[in-house]
Design a protein around this ligand. Structure first.
Ligand SMILES: [Zn+2]
Length: 354
């Protein structure tokens, strides 16, 4: 029988919540997943609980009982029930076909839209969008050590907050390049990173500057023209990789999807630029070739681009020669290693044979 929304695993729920823009508290456990309330009521604390046993959400700050994941989506987006269901199903690629309802099989064929028919909504501008400029524009030692130059920090308008020891990373709209849509931070304090996450939305003046990561591409505001010109794009997971690439190359055709979920909207934005080749440069999310994590990671990457592989050529940077450490990005070890990885990249169809 087909998988249904009620069968989602905890990991899938976490993925979906990240896609909506909420971070998981490390205090979560098997019984309860705890998320930030910036999602449900624009709050600022980890009080949105998901109870894994009965799969329901409860906000202990202001919303109270919310219900299922579908109810949560209705709660935050004021969606109709069917729209909430279809967004979740689209995200997980759950087939709409065989559904058991009241004992009989309802045959309902819902074909996934062709990528060219997808409409992309532009993200709103947060209130006080330029608040990041109140921080300091200074060289950041931690990132200098990771091969990100001060010149690049300035070009990408990266700031630093010494009081919180946070790097401030504004995200600009992929379409109107001057317009901020959200602000994220990199917590440099070990403690903060452990308790709240390494990369989280900025909290400032009781306001959360989160945005839906899946509806934007980090770095496209700066790199759009070069991507259009060379007709290829290098897709990284994290912002830091785009900045490392910018430090190495003057012409930098890279962007970050901010996570590992490559959304249909993000793919559509890239295809509309007229690219011929898309190069996946995700982190090395496996320890040894052939282990369980390796297989899962490989399959996830392969699956994530099936809807566009007839439209453009797709290749993958796949670290067969163990040039990277576990969880490293292909840009983490500098120019030489990156170029070796790039040169040895493989076609998406060869990925399943590796
Ligand atoms: Zn709430």
């Amino acid at each position: 029988m087909a998988m249904e929304i009620k069968d989602l695993t905890n990991k899938q729920v976490i993925n979906f919540m990240e896609y909506l823009g909420s971070d998981l508290s490390p205090k979560s456990n098997d019984k309860q997943l705890i998320f930030n309330t910036c999602l449900c009521h624009n709050g600022d604390s980890y009080k949105l609980f998901y109870y894994t046993e009965n799969k329901t959400f409860h906000c202990y700050s202001s919303c109270g009982h919310i219900g299922s994941l579908i109810d949560l989506l209705i709660h935050i987006n004021k969606y109709e029930f069917k729209d909430a269901v279809s967004e979740i199903k689209d995200f997980f690629d759950i087939s709409n076909q065989p559904m058991l309802r009241k004992g009989f099989r309802v045959k309902k064929k819902v074909k996934q839209d062709d990528i060219k028919d997808i409409q992309i909504e532009l993200l709103p501008t947060p209130k006080k969008p330029y608040v990041y400029k109140t921080f300091q524009q200074v060289p950041i030692k931690e990132w200098e050590l990771e091969n990100i130059s001060f010149e690049v920090l300035k070009a990408y308008q990266i700031y630093y907050n010494p009081y919180e020891n946070q790097i401030i990373i504004p995200h600009f709209c992929w379409h109107d390049k001057e317009r901020p849509v959200g602000i994220r931070v990199r917590n440099l304090d070990e403690d903060k990173a452990k308790n709240f996450g390494k990369y989280i939305p900025l909290w400032y003046d009781n306001k959360c500057y989160n945005h839906r990561l899946s509806l934007n591409l980090y770095g496209l505001n700066i790199n759009k023209e070069i991507i259009k010109k060379c007709k290829k794009v290098i897709v990284f997971e994290g912002e830091k990789s785009v900045l490392q690439m910018a430090t190495i190359y003057k012409n930098n055709p890279s962007i970050a999807i901010c996570g590992s979920n490559f959304s249909r909207e993000q793919k559509k934005i890239l295809i509309d630029l007229g690219i011929k080749e898309l190069i996946i440069a995700f982190d090395r999310q496996f320890k040894i070739e052939g282990d369980e994590e390796y297989i899962t990671w490989r399959n996830k990457i392969y699956k994530s681009v099936q809807d566009i592989k007839d439209k453009i050529s797709i290749s993958v940077i796949w670290d067969k020669d163990n040039l990277l450490e576990y969880k490293d990005s292909p840009s983490d070890s500098g120019k030489h290693v990156f170029e070796k990885l790039l040169k040895n990249r493989i076609d998406i169809d060869s990925l399943m044979k590796s």
